[in-house]
Structure formats: C-alpha cells, structure tokens
Design a protein around this ligand. Sequence first.
Ligand code: ADP
Ligand code: MG
Length: 933
Amino acid sequence: MHRGNKSQARSGKSSRPPGLSGREIGMYYKNLARQRKNSDTKNEPKIKLSCDVTVPPGVIMRVNEYMDQFKLAREAGQKHFDENFQQQFRHMLNVNFEAFIEETKKQNKDLNLQNRSLDAHLQDKQKERLQNADFRARFEDRLKLPTMRHATDVIDAVDKNQVVLIVGSTGCGKTTQVPQLLLDDCIEKGIGTTCRIVCTQPRRISAITVAERVSYERAEPLGHSVGYQIRLESRKPRERASITYCTTGVLLQQLQSDPLLHNVSVLLLDEIHERSIETDMLMALLKIILPHRPSLKVILMSATVREEDFCNYFNRCPMLRIEGVMHPVEVLYLEDVLAMTGYQFDCGNNKRSQPRLDQSEHRNMIEPYIRQVRSRYDNNVLEQLRVPHSEGCEDIDFIANLIYYICNKKSDGAILVFMPGLNKISQLHSTLKNPRSPLGQRWRDHLLIFPLHSMLPSAEQQSVFKRAPNGKRKVIISTIIAETSVTIDDVVYVINTGRTKVTDYDIETNIQSLEECWVTHANTQQRKGRAGRVQPGVCYNLFSRAREALMSEVPTPEILRCKLETIILSLKVLHIDDTYAMFQTMIDAPAQRTVSTAINLLKRIEALDINGNLTPLGMHLAKLPIDPQVGKMILISALFRCLDPITSVAAALSYKNPFYTPLGQERRVDEAKRRMAQKMYSDHLMIHNTICNYRESVGEHRDRDFCYNNFLSHTTLQQLERMKSQFAEFLCNYKFLTSSNCLDQSSNINSDKIPLIRAIIGGGLYPNMAHLRKARQVKNRVRAIHNMTTDDGRRVNFHPSSVNSGETGFDSNYFVYYQRQKSTDLYLLDATMVFPMALIIFGDGVDSGVIDNRHYLSVAKTYYFKCSPETVSVVLNLRSNLGLLLLEKALHPAPIEENSDASKLIKAIELLLSIDDKMGDDYEIMSDEIDNI
Ligand code: ADP
Ligand code: MG
C-alpha cells in the first residue's frame, strides 16, 4: 500500500488520494515525508571516509616520471608476439559453438589411428600373456567377479549401442573389469590400435588405486596398457590400445582442445550416481557431442541409486544390471547397540557443547519414538537415547567401545568405520592408538588401523587392501570414499556413524561451506552393502530408527549446492556462451541467481567482460586447473616476477595447509605458526615462510625433525613443492615465464619485496575483503577480540587457527581472505593484511569523488579513502596503464623484462605501495563507529 502511495505522489502534483478527511490528510503528508527521507538515505549510502591515502608530492613526481617512461606502444614494436595464442583468441571471439564443432570435425576427418602391424604384435603379446603364471592366477580371481560373468553381455551391448548404462552393486567389478573387457576384445579382434579407453573417477585416490589394481591384474607395470591422469600428476599409458583412469576434471580440461573427444574410442563415466558437478556437466556435454561422433562409445556406470534418472536422461538407453553376490547383512541401530554393549554416555561435561537448538530438535525426534518402543528396550537404553550426543560421532569413546566389543564377541573380519572427515578420523585413530581405558589397552596391539581419505599420500594407499595377519583385526576408518569408489574386500563389520561432510552454498551470503550433516537413505544402503562382501556381515548404524525416518532419500546433486565460477569458465572456453541455457539442459539446473552471482564475480576479476564474453585473461584462467581467483594471482606473480612466494600461496590454497593439529596440541601448533608468520600478519605469507624454512632443513638433512617439531606434514610439503613446479610448468608453457623452475632467478627478481607480494595476494583474493575496526587484547587470553566486517557488511572474526587471531597491532586495517566459514560465528579461515593502496591499485570498481570538500578514492563502493586530488589523478592514470599492460600481456604472454619500459610501471606500483607502511592510524577516525564490542 505504501508503495502505491509513493508512485501516486510522484506521478502528479496534487495526487493525494481523494476522500481524505483533515486529520487523514495531515497523516498522509507526514507519512510521505518519512518515506521520502527513508528512500533518500537508501539511494545514497552514507559515505564514511576512512584513512588518508594521500601520496606525498615527491613520490607523485617520481611515479609520474616512471609512467612517462612506460610507453606501451613503443614496446609493442619490439615484442615477440605469441601468434598461437593470438590466433586462438581471435577464434574464441569469433566462433560460436556450432562452428567450433564443425571445425574440429573437419580437422579430424581423416584421423585414422589403426596400425595393422602393431595390431598383430598386440595380438601375439596377448596370447603370450596367457602363459604368464601371475596373470593366470589373477585372472582366475577376476573370474569370480559378477561383471566377468556378464562379459559377453557387456561387449555385445557396447557393440550395438552408442550409450549403455551399467548398474551394479558396489564391488561387482564395474570399474576394474569393464574397461579391460573392452580393450582385450579389441586386441583379440586385431583392432587394438583403434582402441583408447578413458574412464573417469570422482576422486584422485580412486583413479590411482584402480589403475594400480588393473595393471596388477594384467601383470604389467603401471604405464603400459593402463595408466592414470589426475590434476597435476600422471602416469599415462601408451597412446593406443590402452586404458586411462582420470579424474572427471581432467577430462573436462581435455575437452577444451579436443571437444569431440576424437582421441577417445570408449568413454566410461563412473560413479555417476554421486551426482558430482563434473559428471552432471559431462553428461550434458555428451548429449551435444554424441551425434557428432557416431563411433564414440559411452558407458555410464552407476551404483543402484536412482539409475532410472540416467536412463531417461539418455533417451531410455539400454541398461545392463549386474547383480553382485551379496551376503545377508544384519542391521542394528543405535538402540540395539546400546542394549548390546550397555554403554553409558558421560553427560557431565559433554552436554554444554550441544547447541540448544540441536537439543530441542533431538528431543522432538526422540521422545515420540521412545514412547513407541518403550516395551521393547529397557529403561537404561531409553535414557541413553535421550542424550543428544548419543547419535552420530560425537562420542569417540563410544565408537572405540563398539570396536572393542566386536573384537571381543565377533568372529574374524575387518571393521570399516564411516566418519565425516579427516578430523574425526584422526580423533578415533588416536583414541585407538593411545587408549585410556584398560579395555582399550587390552585391544590396542591387536588392531591394525588404517585411515582412508582423499588426502592420503599415494604411498599409503595400497596397504589398506592387504589382509590382516592372523591374530590381528583390521580397522579402516574412512570418509565417504569407501562407500562406493574404493572396495575393500575383507570387511565384515560396518560402523556407520551416519555423518558426512557436504559442501553447501548459501546464495544469500555467497558462502560455500563444508558442513557435517546426516547421510541419506541411499548412503546408508551402500554402507550396509560393504559388510556383506565375503560372508554374512553386520552393519551398526549409530543413529536411531527415529533419526533414519527423518533422513532424505538421496543426496542433493552437487550442482545445486556449490559455486559455479570454475564450471562457467570451462563452458565459456568450449564456446558455450549461453551458460544459462546450458545449465537448463542438465539433469538438475542450478538457480538462476547462483549462475548470475558467479558470472558477476568472473566479471569483477575481469575473466569475463561486461557482456559476459571471455576475456584474454579469462581464457588463461580457464586453462589453469585451479580456482580463477588463485589463477589470477599466479599469472600476475609471473608477470611481476615474484613467482616463488605466490605459487606457495596458490598451492596451499588449492591443495591444503601443511600443518596438522594433534588433539589437544592446538596451542603448540599455533605457536609454530606464529613463529613462521614472522609478524607479517598473513596466513598466506606464513605458508611461504614455512616452505622456505622447510627447504633449508632439507638442505641440512634435518627435515624430519623440522617437520616433527613444527607439526608439519612432510608429505603435504612435498606435494606443495610438486604443485608449485607444476604451476611454473603451466605458466612456462603459456609463455608467461621463461623457465619452468619455480626458483629460477629471473622469475623471482621481486620475490623479497613484501609490500608487492602482499598487494598481489590482495589482488588475487580480491574481492574477498574485510575491514577491521578495532582490535583489543584481553587479559589472560591468547586470542584477541576483533571487531571486523567483510565487504557485504557481515561481522566476522579471524578463525582461531589463523595467525592473525591473536594479534592486535596491525599496520593496516584491511584484509583479504580466501575462505569464510560459518560455524558458531562467521570466520575468516585465512587472511592477509593488505594496505589500502593495494586494494586501490588491484581492485575493480575503483572510483573517485568529493564529499564534504574532501577528495576520495573508493573501492567497490565499500571503502572510501581520503586523499589529495593529485593522488586521485596519479592513481587513476596508473590503473589504466596497468589495465593496458595486463591486456597486452594476456594477448602476448611474456614476463616483463627487466629495465624494459613496461618494468617502469612496476617500479611505479612498488613506489606507491612502499609508502603504505605509514598508514596504520585510522583506529581513531573509525572509533565513532564502534558499537557493541
Ligand atoms: P565396482 O566398480 O563394481 O564397485 P571394482 O571394479 O572397483 O567394483 O572392484 C571389483 C573388485 O576388485 C573388488 O571387489 C575388490 O575385490 C577388487 N579390488 C578393487 N580394487 C582393489 C585394490 N586396489 N586392491 C585389491 N583389490 C581390489
Ligand atoms: Mg567402481
């Protein structure tokens, strides 16, 4: 009604609604005035000027001198153009999807890969292999798998159809056998060289273990007929007559250069029931590709979860069902486990950790159920069910106790425990290794414990498959990974905590988070199946039947709960411009708003132009196998020649932090991190310092001690170094670097200039910014109190594991971060302090203006910095030059030569950044805003 009034009031002079009495007229105008006032303040946000960023006149003069010397045009004449990229890029802009497809078809028209002499050779080898004792023994074992019993069905179905869906219970041999069946069939028919099989896996670890398994079955080393390819790591098999297990992401990357998959004869999409964003997207792409590639065979493989959805999606393609041999599995629920073990929860100190909301939710669920089953369970069990932390994996001792119970009462067989994530896995691991109870001490040496998760170093992956020696019991503590993608044969007992970690995306806050939640019926069904592989088994669900009744049927597809930047870039590179339309063709389409939010971010980091077309920068970012923000950071570091520190940051952001935290040692880990941080107020620079110190320790052969003393994972550090080299290789391939060595001197001329490094981290993580208004140290507390907001106005805090969480004396009040996490509070998981000038130089939406007679420069309409008019003009000039330089470099990739004209711009930037050190004094200015701290 208000809105109606307003429009009337604006449309004409005397638009007061007719028929109002005297008092009503007065009220009408009063309301109108109030509305106007409100809408005025809404349209023009109150600008609060922050600290002064005025550049001293002397510095401005020198910056201007440098900029005069920076003449892009002059440099262009001497430059060595990268013709290849130029061409590619022109192409990008001019070619639409259909034309692109036609063109690759034409290029591959005469592709004939068959090599008859090689075919004959392969045939002979195949016959020879039958004499190999290892091969034959292993072949005998393979014959026991249900898939091998369907061998001819599989080969026939693939022969007669372009798309086949194979559905089979987990462990029946789909992943390991189907590719081998098809390859060996081709080889035997003497057309081996026409065959190149690619099988996608949802996770790196499954690509590796499966490839290793299959080459073992074939009695050959990895890299002959079988290999794997995962992001930044590969053991490729021979070109033809081969099977490559790769991650789904790797295949998506390959589509960029080979969109119709001319290089592949059979494509297997495995584990599509998991509904990862990549397999969903690949299926949508395949629908486009298939008509153009009649000879390409596609096999979809799924566990028995809503398989009809896939069959329908591919126009009711033929479905082959492979029934596994399943032994019966007895299923017990929390109430049964409690009755059986008589376990009592400790309600003294654990209770307070439960949020009140959870407690009442739990009560509402459990009380009606207790009334229902009162007659069947004794009172003690019912009392225990009432304890909120009885379900799931809140009480690690309960799980340990159940493991001891199985050891004590049940016959031989491995125990598989499903945990939500690494953290809980290590808690249970250390409880079992260092038991406090006499019961635990009794069983400790009897257990052979294996953690199983996606971060497991390759070297430790295979041991989990080995059978335990007599007198020992194998306990595997795993994430969801053992649910379908990794099969361990000798499991007889499954403990299902019912918890898992799931990414969740909140469009309102634009936060993607990884949260623990209850699994679905589909997960529970799969987990139960893991117990009946070799003999009848038992599945212990650590939740009640009441909880199970509340669980959803199947997990929500990933595409509906994550950010879309990366996937949009990869669509754009494939010339699919209308990403909205493309998403509509997928099994489940994400919300329009999620798509537009992602497109906006890509525009802000200039990967897309204002029309949503790929920019030269965007094209490079799409090729880098990392998050676009991190990708931009390493590209700039290559240009600005500070490669080593920035690739350290990028590697840690895209892989993982090298620190681990043993339970109860949090404080000592924090100390180690603080030592490494060297008061730089940056979690990112801290990682680089750590890597430098690690290298030093390697040089002095004391790296083991170094890692041990500082809670560092040796393997993670090595992996980070490997990733850094691979980034350098990428950048070198694309000509942004002249050397593929991260430590190459010419790539690191500016690597010790901390203000510059800080600014580049800022430029990369932008627009993830936060502003600290006040920091206060509290007596006797390690952590300081921070009054801080992110650019969307939300209150945040440094996560306790951030090196900034205990600090107060920052030199600047601005921070950039990579990830926010919402738990009890909103946290910045990692943060680097940056100076305002860095945001002004590297941010987008930089604007200038005058308010109350004071000039300002603003960033993203969020932060307004006072400054002199001369500063405004020099900074804006510098920004437009930097824009030109970046475009230039994206079009003609090359590092910026020392002493070249372009290097003068870097000098100018450095100069501007170097004066920042003196700008730490806006606490006073802002103090009037500080409210409820
Ligand atoms: P599916 O894909 O149908 O779930 P797989 O092909 O992955 O089944 O596994 C088939 C069988 O191969 C498993 O039941 C297991 O016995 C065996 N297997 C698979 N990987 C390994 C491995 N790395 N080590 C030992 N055995 C394995
Ligand atoms: Mg499989």
